[in-house]
Write a protein that binds this ligand. Sequence first.
Ligand code: CA2
Length: 142
Amino acid sequence: MKSVLILNGPNLNLLGTRQPEVYGAETLAMVEESCRQHGGKLGIDVACHQSNHEGALLDMIHAAKGTHDGIILNAGAYTHTSIALHDAIKGISVPVIEIHPSNPHAREPFRHKSYVGMAAKGTIAGFGPMSYMLALEAALEL
Ligand code: CA2
């Protein structure tokens, strides 16, 4: 069975508590449960983690090598700042799908640059919590 790591970065533990018009009304726990269920239907084993710490995200990306067939990564605001995450993605042979519930390109200019996207296999953005489900469908092709 294919194994996929869903990794969420800073502030995504706040999903569903504020700005539902931007990120949707579902909490992170709800999104993770939907991912596990959708993964089950697709025949994908889904593991979920969230951290507010850049180093912890780097450690989890490194550890995915040899453990997971792909990573679905929402790096939150580190998307737009972290060359370290970019290098980590480039440094492992595990394909990464960048995802965002919001569409960063339709928001402030500082969200238009993605160091994660430059290293990822592809990006899914703008579909609310469904972005995660669409990324799982894409993971079937990894
Ligand atoms: O759309 C996304 O997934 C983002 O990665 C979310 C980040 C943002 O910095 C990126 O530009 C795009 C922010 C996550 C914060 O999420 C919150 C959710 C509810 C309440 C407060 C923050």
